[in-house]
Design a protein around this ligand. Structure first.
Ligand code: HEM
Length: 416
């Protein structure tokens, strides 16, 4: 955001009556002014109640310690889709899909336990060489001396290729993965092709059909290194019902798509707009180890997760009632000066870079966090020796969403 625009946004955020502050408005994320509203709430009303036209009444939890309190009390703050699930928007009953991110114990724990070995370090190590080769291919094919959209040519392409690699998904059809992930997370009011729950469900049924075909194929072959084969053959997962198996696959696709994609775009944008930090990195590529978690904090690829209170509770001095919708704004928690030193600065050599809350916490803490970090590490290890200069050619365009926090365009140029 340009300086005078930022100043005006800040003034507005700090002068509005608290009752008019509505941090669920996707336009504030798209125009990148949301941070000022979160700063206001952290200072003046850290657990803030608001009634939105679309999302109904909800609590905004904006301080790190209060978010933690919600995360660790999963008995009081439920993720169950039948109570409301994990998103600020209530999903109509006919369009709810079973996945363990939107379940409470014991079902959540059982399913998480069966899926998580798939992304354990040993399995990731087996995939590392392929991920690296595909990263190299994408970077080597980038245009020189012309402006292009990094989001399209690198972030989307690489994340999609990586997902196709992980699932050993037919490579020529890989953009279906991008499409299904976008379908699953689209804001129905964004003006895109998915503008109703009916359209969304119809498209995701095609995804389930496609994956069923792959599963039937893998189960007849000897065990392989891809996630579908691993799940189909592993004693821990092969007895999942097809619906549960597929629900969890969809969760892995969606979980690993927008998040990693937007960390790839957000990381480059952050470095290009903080040239001092980029210079530090070029001088010492060993800093990639702390750069990666700092990118994930800075970008916070998922702005929020939602819970529903199962009992009356006190939070940050406010009285929460059974049935209330509680939104944990990770994007705000990651800028909380009481939890993170100099939170508004992008610092690639922080002493404790993993302090952030972008992966959540507690029983739902991200299963794919090590995989995401590995992908970003490889990306930066391959970018640095290849491109001594990358130029930012204009303002980025951001996603219209209060959930997926990301970029739709990042114009750059690589001389050479
Ligand atoms: C930078 C990248 C990523 C970010 C920021 C991210 C963020 C998150 C967040 C915030 C949660 C919910 C945590 C909570 O409720 O406390 C989550 C859960 C999850 N993520 Fe990720 N994620 C990323 C990458 C991935 C990848 C690569 C995968 C898999 C391929 C993945 C799979 C999952 C799954 C399966 C869950 C559900 C865990 C549960 O409910 O127990 N994520 N992630």
């Amino acid at each position: 955001m340009q300086a005078p625009v930022a100043d005006a946004a800040r003034e507005r955020a700090f002068s509005l009556p608290l009752s008019e502050i509505n941090v669920s408005d996707p336009r504030l994320f798209q125009d990148d002014t949301i941070g000022h509203y979160f700063a206001r709430l952290r200072r003046d009303d850290p657990v803030h109640h608001h009634v939105d036209e679309r999302f109904g009444p909800f609590w905004s939890v904006t301080k790190y310690k209060d978010i933690m309190q919600v995360e660790v009390n999963h008995q009081t703050y439920s993720s169950d889709i039948h109570l409301g699930g994990i998103n600020i928007r209530d999903v109509p009953e006919a369009h709810r899909r079973p996945m363990f991110i939107a379940m409470d114990p014991p079902r959540h724990d059982d399913q998480r336990r069966t899926v998580s070995p798939i992304v354990a370090p040993g399995n990731l190590a087996q995939m590392e060489a392929t991920i690296r080769q595909r990263t190299r291919n994408v970077l080597d094919s980038l245009p020189r001396n012309e402006t292009f959209n990094w989001v399209e040519k690198v972030s989307i392409e690489l994340t999609t290729q990586m997902l196709a690699t992980l699932f050993d998904f037919p490579f020529e059809d890989r953009r279906l993965l991008t499409w299904w992930s976008d379908v699953a997370t689209a804001d129905l009011t964004a003006g895109g092709p998915i503008d109703s729950d009916e359209k969304r469900t119809a498209e995701l049924l095609k995804c389930l059909q496609y994956f069923t075909g792959l599963w039937n194929d893998r189960i007849q072959r000897p065990p392989g290194n891809d996630l579908i084969s691993m799940m189909a053959h592993s004693p821990a997962t092969r007895n999942l019902s097809p619906v549960e198996f597929l629900g969890n696959l969809v969760l892995l696709i969606v979980g690993g798509n927008d998040t990693t994609r937007n960390s790839m775009s957000g990381g480059l944008h952050a470095l290009l707009t903080h040239p001092g930090e980029f210079a530090k990195l070029r001088a010492n590529p060993g800093l990639i180890a702390s750069l990666v978690p700092e990118i994930i904090r800075w970008q916070t690829p998922l702005s929020h997760m939602r819970r529903t209170a199962t009992a009356d509770a006190e939070l940050g001095g406010k009285q929460i009632r059974k049935g209330d919708k509680v939104i944990m704004w990770y994007l705000s928690g990651n800028r909380d000066e009481e939890a993170i030193e100099r939170p508004d600065e992008f610092i690639i050599d922080r002493a404790r870079p993993r302090q952030h809350i972008s992966f959540g916490f507690g029983i739902h803490r991200c299963v794919g966090n090590r995989l995401a970090e590995l992908q970003l590490k490889i990306l930066w290890e391959e970018i640095l020796p290849r491109f001594p200069v990358i130029e930012l050619m204009g303002e980025p365009e951001r996603t219209f969403s209060n959930f997926v926090h990301g970029f739709t365009a990042l114009p750059v140029r690589i001389p050479g």
